[in-house]
Design a protein around this ligand. Structure first.
Ligand code: NDP
Length: 326
């Protein structure tokens, strides 16, 4: 059988991660990396054919699934609907509040073209969403808890870097061990924002900046930090580069419920990720296989992780799965 031909649209952290994930899936091949920048200037992790994004239209017949690796804020709202009219697509749109609207915008062009568009794939949204659905459906009398971290938050790191006097910085979200222990014990506590997570910042100051003023500006920042216990540690540029250039993340989805007055049940799914983008990319690639198969079986339009049967993610056949994993 021939390999599933994958295209990558956008070469940032996810684009790079998708390239390495394809190398671990022998039933797939990378046929092109597409970028809005000059393709010749891309610093590819491994050699691959590279093209201008504008060339995608001419390559429509040569790509089975296009993995959209653009940012959720401004790239995907434009690229999602546009490419769903030409390709089967998979993306990681993660602006939770706008997912219904994004779904609609991708669904119409995909349906009209007979293509399948899997949206909001990754870990949150993505694998965490699936586990929230399992928890609610299996334990209707219960409560769902999501804890994030220990992880680098891109949004909060950006917010720190905008504070006057800050040259560079990163922010880690830390789940509270005490809160997790209470949830795991089946106590079903109500937890305030402050009780669930702490925030830890590592900051490089600009020359002559007032450390105390910077600390106060960070800790008191509305929405981002004011509802949390936040620590700020000042470090030098070398330490930042040596100890804080990875993008770890992860977390826990826990459902705690009762099946009777006497019996408590706790379900837990956890991720400890060395690299958030590499793991997200690995998920995108498995879902590309599913998108290809769904399209072949006539399922078109926008779909989410809730619509994808687990067996479709596996390179194994249904018969093989029944024999080996059931
Ligand atoms: P990046 O900022 O690294 O890349 C986004 C786009 O920016 C790329 O597709 C690329 O497009 C362009 N770009 C990348 N590097 C450069 C550069 N040096 N100069 C100019 N342009 C550049 O984002 P990520 O790959 O880290 O993340 C993409 C999205 O994935 C995020 O917005 C987030 O919403 C989502 N995500 C979802 C997760 C989930 O669990 N669902 C988890 C993690 C992320 P081009 O090549 O066309 O220039």
């Amino acid at each position: 059988t021939s390999k599933i031909r994958i295209g990558i649209a956008g070469y940032g952290n996810l684009g790079r991660g998708v390239q390495s994930a394809i190398a671990k899936n022998p039933d797939m091949e990378l046929v092109g990396v597409y970028t809005r920048r000059d393709p010749g200037t891309l610093d590819l992790a491994q050699p691959a054919p590279r093209f201008a994004m504008d060339e995608l239209e001419q390559h429509a017949g040569g790509i089975d699934v296009l993995i959209l690796c653009g940012g959720s804020r401004s790239d995907l709202p434009e690229q999602g609907p546009k490419f769903a009219a030409l390709f089967n697509t998979v993306d990681s749109f993660d602006t939770h509040a706008r997912i219904p609207e994004y779904f609609q915008s991708v669904d119409a062009p995909a349906k009209a073209a007979g293509k399948t568009a899997l949206i909001s794939v990754g870990w949150d949204p993505g694998m965490f969403s699936i586990n929230r659905v399992f928890g609610e459906a299996l334990l209707p009398d219960g409560q769902t808890y999501t804890f994030w971290g220990r992880g680098l938050s891109q949004g909060h790191s950006d917010a720190i870097r905008r504070v006057p006097g800050v040259a560079a910085g990163v922010q880690y979200t830390i789940p509270s061990q005490e809160a997790i222990d209470r949830v795991r014990a089946g106590q079903r506590p109500s937890l305030s924002t402050r009780e669930k997570h702490q925030r830890e910042c590592f900051v490089v100051l600009e020359d002559g900046a007032d450390a105390q003023a910077v600390r106060e500006a960070i800790v008191g920042m509305e929405h981002y930090f004011d509802q949390y216990d936040t620590t700020v540690e000042f470090i030098d540029e070398q330490t930042l580069a040596a100890e804080h250039s990875n993008m770890p993340h992860g977390g826990f989805v826990i459902r705690s419920g009762n099946t009777s007055d006497e019996q408590k049940q706790v379900i837990e799914y956890s991720l400890a990720l060395g690299s958030n983008p590499e793991f997200t990319s690995s998920v995108l690639v498995a879902y590309a296989r599913a998108a290809y198969r769904m399209n072949q079986s006539g399922i078109t339009g926008a779909q989410t992780v809730y619509d994808v049967a687990p067996g479709l993610l596996s390179p194994k056949s249904p018969a093989q799965l029944r024999a080996e994993l059931l």
